[in-house]
Design a protein around this ligand. Sequence first.
Ligand SMILES: Nc1nc2c(ncn2[C@@H]2O[C@H](COP(=O)(O)OP(=O)(O)OP(=O)(O)O)[C@@H](O)[C@H]2O)c(=O)[nH]1
Length: 202
Amino acid sequence: MGRRRFTKTRIVNTGNVKDRILGVVLCGGKSSRMGSNKSLLPHSDGGRFIDHAIDQLQAVCAEVCIAGAANEKPVDLNHVFLHDNVAFQGPITGIISALQYASDNNFAACLVTPVDMPCLTHVHLTTLKSVWTANRVLTCAIDETNRLQPLIACYPIATLPLLKQLALSDDRSLYRWIATQPHQTVLIPSDAARNVNAPDDL
Ligand SMILES: Nc1nc2c(ncn2[C@@H]2O[C@H](COP(=O)(O)OP(=O)(O)OP(=O)(O)O)[C@@H](O)[C@H]2O)c(=O)[nH]1
């Protein structure tokens, strides 16, 4: 009798390709509290944080890219890597680069996730995507404490000029900005939105 081979379950892209959503993993920043690049931390599923984030987005998006600083690109990944045009200006820089790339390549929106939320899965992203698809307005996760999670969100291409303006303004808070915009929210468990910032969070 032959030995049974166990292979990692492949997540199938069940999304409608016509939706043309670009998945974006935000992996820039200083990781100063962690003291090392959070993208490369080992995930309990066997890969690294960045592999986990890519896998989850790949399940729901037509294409996945990575947005970060030039020196952060893991050499083994073939995904499009969008370099921040200004270093360490926060995640808004990565979202703007991704929306620009999405606009140039005929995508309708960017589904953004941070690299440092290891419990966020394609199940949450599928819900976010279906709510986006229903109305096609800025769609942002909220956790169980009712807090907006701007780094788990679907940004339509039309938000690109607005975000460019925001990046130049005195208050660059995505959190406060989204609250002023037409948007819809999707409830996700607080555990899914728990981010890992420091070694003690692991
Ligand atoms: N592309 C890009 N992503 C960023 C940038 N700053 C933070 N991020 C990402 O946004 C998410 C939240 O980052 P934070 O925890 O606020 O910041 P950090 O730089 O990772 O960590 P600290 O230095 O400890 O604050 C993570 O996925 C980061 O990789 C940036 O300047 N550019």
